[in-house]
Design a protein around this ligand. Structure first.
Ligand code: NHX
Ligand code: ZN
Length: 615
């Protein structure tokens, strides 16, 4: 049965208190019939010696008649009354006391208790509210499954070896990481063998890599392969509103793990407790530091023979406290990168297993066209594709579904509600055509995938390029071409409409960032040659040095700025030249875009070819 919810409970209590008040103060006259009589009536009854007793309470008199009185105040009301109530006039009545005595009336009195009850109510109100708040608080904590009394308990979830079916077969790619971890698995399977040789195994393994790359999966697979209990916890689970709780939870968790050893403890998102101490805005954070100190102490404390290995994952290794990375702690650091094209293919195969996919689907082609996708992105990709297929009442996922899903993930959700009028549609079409024509004309830029004037995500239209193959290095020619392509949008606005729009904001930003990087970080400017000035990092919040020393003079800073501007200007001018040269294809593409809204890369290339042939 469901217990009454908090609010209802309090409403009941409130009503109960009100009722009690009502009864006690007698104002409702629950006990016996009681007549309200005029003061003069009362005096008259007193003189005729018909008052047995009075009870004086402030300015009110309650009393009893000697003989019941029939007081017909209205025709209908002819009840006889034994009790009465009346009020002493505010100017007082001096003769009253002697009159009462003369007639042998029993007098009782009470201090102004009416007022007392009011005072009671007023003073108890804050207490009452405090109780309500306290109760709600308590309920909320209970609802989170961590009642008041659980507060110091470990929040780590235990997965028994039998239940964990994850093995390295479930993990595609990551060959380097797997090799590293095999050693640890061997150790966990047969600790004695290693102990006999006197080998000391790392206590902590830190998995670092971007989100969605399968760090948790990898840790789970290690536990599955080794067949040992697996404790998982997220860094933020240690945190509670009370100082010292985190530290206690760390202690508890290690105690539990030691009891079950050999075992693996996995701390996800360790950066939330493992951040550099004493850093960040607003100074230290007592609770977090205590928790971290306790974690360090536990790592130092347990002996290798206890066979507990701590794995941790983070996507921000740079903000971790250096103490965590010292030998004897997380000294084994494994980078988990975004998957390569081959790994993406493997990952897709794994996720395709529990989906019905048409034979015509070429997973390798998908892997090629999804650079920068993480494992989680790929999983999401196939799921979105299956949703598309379902929406279109298909029984199998076809290539189109996957491509649709990919475009959605890469460019954002279509914004169907956005109405664009014809004038703006024209600007938009020319802007995108500008990007596309420059991209098609330049030899070093990534091949065009698609041009679209359908609003998606933040952008009203976009030009998509897909690299032919995985790139880890970008040469100067590629970067210069890329900047020209991005400038193509603004160049188109200028050429066709002789104006500039605010829409190019994002394009301009990207060009500015790229050109600054070329000068400052990559040593690619003609003026400075092969010289880097060091980068200035952005995240001031995350415990980095906020006052990075510049390694160059103000005069150089000015020169850098000039060089950056020069590179951006050149990119713009190259774009203008290309658009002028291919004016026919440019116009045709813009018209095609207005008509069809989406144009594929191949179609753009065809237009370009026709244009060149007619030259
Ligand atoms: C606005 N949006 O904000 C309108 C609705 C030049 C025709 N008033 O360059 O859509 O102006 O080549 C990531 C990606 C802001 C972040 C794109 C943040 C775009 C997109 C502004 C086309 N395509 N601009 C483009 C565009 C705009 C914007 C973004 C972003 C426009 C341009 C957005
Ligand atoms: Zn643009």
């Amino acid at each position: 049965m469901k217990r009454p919810t908090g609010t209802i409970y309090w409403i009941y209590l409130f009503l109960f208190v009100m009722l009690g008040y009502w009864v006690l103060t007698d104002s409702g006259g629950l006990f016996g019939s009681q007549a309200e009589i005029e003061y003069s009536t009362f005096k008259q009854q007193l003189r005729s010696d018909n008052i047995e007793s009075v009870h004086i309470q402030g300015d009110r008199i309650r009393g009893e008649f000697r003989e019941s009185q029939v007081l017909n105040r209205t025709e209908a009301d002819t009840t006889s009354h034994k009790n009465f109530v009346t009020v002493i006039p505010s100017f007082g009545d001096e003769g009253l006391s002697s009159l009462l005595e003369e007639n042998d009336v029993v007098i009782t009195a009470e201090s102004d208790s009416d007022g007392f009850w009011w005072y009671f109510l007023i003073f108890s109100m804050p207490l009452f509210f405090l109780l309500i708040i306290g109760y709600m608080f308590y309920r909320r904590m209970q609802m989170q499954g961590r009642g008041m009394f659980n507060i110091g308990k470990s929040q780590a979830k235990l997965q028994e070896p039998g239940k964990n079916k994850t093995t390295f077969d479930n993990v595609a790619g990551m060959d380097g990481a797997k090799t590293e971890l095999r050693e640890i698995i061997e150790f966990l399977k047969d600790p004695k063998r290693f102990e006999e040789i006197g080998a000391k195994l790392p206590k902590g393994v830190l998995l670092m890599g971007p989100p969605g790359t399968g760090k948790t999966l990898l840790a789970r697979a290690v536990a599955g392969e080794a067949g040992v209990p697996f404790f998982t916890i997220t860094g933020s689970d240690f945190m509670e509103m009370f100082v010292g709780v985190g530290a206690k939870r760390v202690r508890e968790m290690f105690k539990q793990a030691k009891e079950k050893s050999p075992a693996i403890i996995f701390i996800d998102e360790i950066d939330s407790i493992g951040r550099k101490r004493g850093a960040g805005v607003g100074g230290g954070h007592d609770e977090r530091e205590q928790t971290l100190n306790q974690l360090l102490a536990e790592l130092d404390g347990f002996e290798p023979s206890e066979n507990v290995i701590v794995m941790a994952a983070t996507n921000r290794p740079d903000i971790l406290d250096p103490a965590l990375l010292r030998p004897g702690r997380f000294d084994r650091q494994i980078t988990v990168d975004l998957p390569s094209q081959n790994s993406r293919h493997e990952i897709l195969k794994i996720h395709a297993k529990n989906k019905t996919i048409d034979e015509s689907v070429n997973l390798d082609k998908i892997a090629r066209s999804t650079p920068g996708f993480s494992g989680a992105d790929l999983e999401n990709l196939l799921n979105e594709a299956s949703l598309y297929a379902g929406r279109n009442k298909r029984r199998k996922i076809i290539m189109d579904d996957i491509e649709n899903a990919r475009d959605k993930i890469m460019m954002g959700l279509e914004r169907e509600g956005m109405q664009i009028d014809d004038d703006e549609k024209k600007i938009l079409a020319y802007h995108e055509a500008g990007h596309a024509i420059v991209a098609a004309a330049l030899p070093n830029s990534d091949p065009l995938h698609k041009v679209s004037v359908i609003p998606r995500g933040k952008a009203m239209g976009q030009t998509m390029q897909l690299p032919e193959k995985e790139k880890y290095l970008y040469n100067k020619e590629y970067l210069l071409d890329r900047m020209a392509v991005i400038m193509g949008g603004r160049a188109a606005e200028q050429l066709i409409f002789n104006t500039a729009t605010s829409g190019a904001q994002n394009d301009l930003m990207r060009v500015a960032k790229l050109s600054r990087k070329m000068v400052v970080e990559w040593g690619m400017s003609d003026k400075f040659g092969h010289l880097a000035f060091g980068s200035d990092e952005e995240d001031v919040f995350l415990g980095r040095d906020m006052t990075r020393q510049k390694s160059y003079s103000d005069a150089t800073a000015r020169e850098i700025d000039e060089e950056v501007q020069e590179i951006s200007r050149e990119a713009y001018e190259r774009a203008v030249k290309i658009l002028q040269k291919h004016k026919d294809a440019f116009d045709q593409l813009a018209e095609l875009l207005i008509e069809k809204e989406e144009v594929s890369g191949e179609e753009v290339l065809k237009l370009m070819k026709k244009d060149q042939d007619s030259d």
